[in-house]
Design a protein around this ligand. Structure first.
Ligand SMILES: Cc1cc2nc3c(=O)[nH]c(=O)nc-3n(C[C@H](O)[C@H](O)[C@H](O)COP(=O)(O)OP(=O)(O)OC[C@H]3O[C@@H](n4cnc5c(N)ncnc54)[C@H](O)[C@@H]3O)c2cc1C
Length: 495
């Protein structure tokens, strides 16, 4: 067997000294958020044959392939066998019908794929999230998305996975190119096997125009989506107004010198002002206390460079250095037509948790009482101060079974961030627990699988009608449940 013993410091947290000499060392791992720490025996397969051999050798244990460990949820956690897939980092492109397809090795980082695509073709990804450090398999396995389109999973045209043959329980390779198997494999949280390669549809490179504007009401923000379909917006707690990042695509063309100079100024301002200074202030306010955090939320939109229009390559405008400061996130998916109601609920809940006086409308009070959530909310009064803006993105319907926007309706996702350290997040989790249950029961919310998921499958199965069929498909090529872990058992209801 050719299993590499090399470890990647960025991925592998710490190699325990007493275990360095072992062939497959037990490593301590931690995710980006620092909220999950575990030990696993780690392989770094180099070929598909290696993967099959590992699967056969450990067919009675639990196996989890991982990417960049950028999920906050327990999705990548496995205390048995972990596969570091970083050797599978090939990038090939070829035309199919009228599209250019990128065939990416399962461990390829999004950034590497983009670098190769941009250097060798005139194409790019159809969707861009806030960062590109994730692996392609990790990104599609949790339906990673941006704003103004479906998630990346939707654009997967073929997946090659290693799983088990139910007849002889030996590992084999499956290729899914259509039908419900492809729809299941597009976002499968690692339960359909080890992704070896992914064919992703690309689009011609494009420019994005962006203007930041402040708006007093949700109606004003939404009105502009038709003209600015890639927009996202921040909702500031305690001010309760909006900063809209109005964005739209333009056909690729050479930028003028003026646009380039202005673009460089914008990029520097975003990096120094938003990615660094704003986050230093958020962290500083947390050490000073709740009123400092609330004060910062009042001040923050005034610091934004509003009313100026910037244009540049999609990747430059749509990404940020959001990974400079460790944090954690819950991302709630709200059906588009229920956004009004969700925003009202968010505002009242945040105010009550922060201990502020707020008058709720009669229908909301009644809805919370009907769901037996009203008294509980009052019991949380003054226990948690949200210290970061809520961020909303618009996610189009996507064709998969478990993606957060799967089905026929569009969703607005709402990101709820905390910058408390990993040992100090209990109050945040209690806030997420109440808010998550309320949004789920009242507006049928779903939750990003790679982020904090406060509910289990009993509740979640109500909003994922295809979950039972998904479990059957996973069971068919993994009869022993090798590709399951505590997290997927909890949220997807595997026995
Ligand atoms: C700073 C930051 C910014 C983010 N921004 C966004 C954003 O803009 N939009 C968004 O939607 N999400 C965002 N996320 C979430 C992130 O995209 C997802 O959690 C994604 O799953 C992480 O990818 P990863 O490569 O780190 O995968 P991991 O976290 O390592 O794994 C995620 C899942 O994928 C599975 N997996 C990984 N590789 C394989 C494989 N080869 N075969 C089978 N299964 C596999 C794992 O088993 C696990 O279930 C962000 C996260 C961070 C930390």
């Amino acid at each position: 067997m050719r299993f590499s013993k090399t470890v990647i410091p960025k991925l592998i947290g710490r190699l325990l000294p007493e275990e360095r000499s072992r062939a497959h060392p037990r490593l301590e791992l931690t995710n980006f958020g620092g909220n999950e720490v575990w030990k696993a025996r780690c392989y770094r397969p180099e070929t598909e044959e290696d993967v099959l051999e590992i699967l056969n050798f450990h067919k009675k244990e639990r196996i989890r392939p991982v990417g960049a460990l950028h999920s906050w949820s327990g999705a990548p956690v496995c205390r048995s066998i972990m596969l570091d897939m970083s050797c599978f980092d090939s990038v090939e492109t070829f035309p199919r019908e009228d599209k250019l397809i990128a065939r990416l090795g399962g461990g390829t980082s999004l950034q590497r794929a983009l670098d190769v695509l941009h250097a060798t073709t005139g194409h790019t990804f159809p969707v861009q999230g806030a960062i590109s450090k994730q692996s392609i398999s990790g990104a599609i396995s949790t339906a990673t998305h941006g704003s103004g389109g479906p998630s990346l999973s939707h654009f997967v045209k073929r997946i090659r996975v290693a799983a088990y043959d139910p007849r002889n329980k030996r590992a084999k390779i499956y290729e899914y190119e259509g039908g419900e198997e492809l729809r299941a494999a597009r976002c499968a949280l690692g339960t359909l096997g080890v992704i070896l390669s992914v064919d992703l549809e690309t689009v011609p490179k494009y420019l994005v125009e962006e203007t930041l504007v402040t708006r007093g009401s949700l109606a004003e923000v939404l009105r502009e989506y038709e003209r600015m379909p890639l927009s996202q917006f921040a909702y500031f707690p305690y001010r309760w107004d909006f900063l809209a990042y109005q964005r739209r695509a333009h056909i690729q063309r050479p930028l003028t010198s003026g646009e380039k100079i202005f673009g460089a100024f914008f990029a520097a301002n975003n990096f120094l002002g938003t990615d660094i200074l704003f986050h230093v202030l958020v962290k500083g306010a947390l050490t000073l206390g709740n009123s400092a955090s609330r004060g910062l939320m009042h001040l923050a939109p005034k610091l934004a460079l509003t009313g100026k229009t910037n244009i540049g390559p999609s990747h430059d405008i749509l990404t940020m250095a959001h990974d400079l400061f460790q944090h954690e996130e819950m991302e709630v998916f709200i059906p588009e037509r229920k956004l009004d109601q969700a925003i009202e609920l968010l505002r009242y809940a945040t105010s009550v948790f922060a201990g502020l006086d707020v008058e709720m409308t009669g229908p909301l009070v009644q809805a919370l009482k009907n769901q037996e959530l009203y008294d509980e909310l009052q019991s949380h009064r003054g226990t948690y101060t949200q210290h970061y803006p809520f961020f909303f993105r618009y996610v189009h319907p996507e064709d998969d079974m478990l993606g957060m926007a799967s089905g026929s309706q569009a969703y607005f996702s709402c990101s709820v961030f905390t910058y408390f350290g990993p040992d100090n997040r209990d109050r945040y989790y209690r806030f997420c627990s109440w808010l998550g249950r309320a949004l789920h029961r009242i507006v049928d919310a779903r939750f990003h699988w790679g982020k904090h998921v406060p509910l289990g499958h009993q509740e979640l199965s109500r909003v994922y009608p295809e979950m039972p069929r998904f479990r059957e498909l996973a069971q068919a090529t993994d009869p022993n449940g090798v590709f399951r872990n505590d997290f997927v058992n909890e949220v997807l209801g595997f026995q």
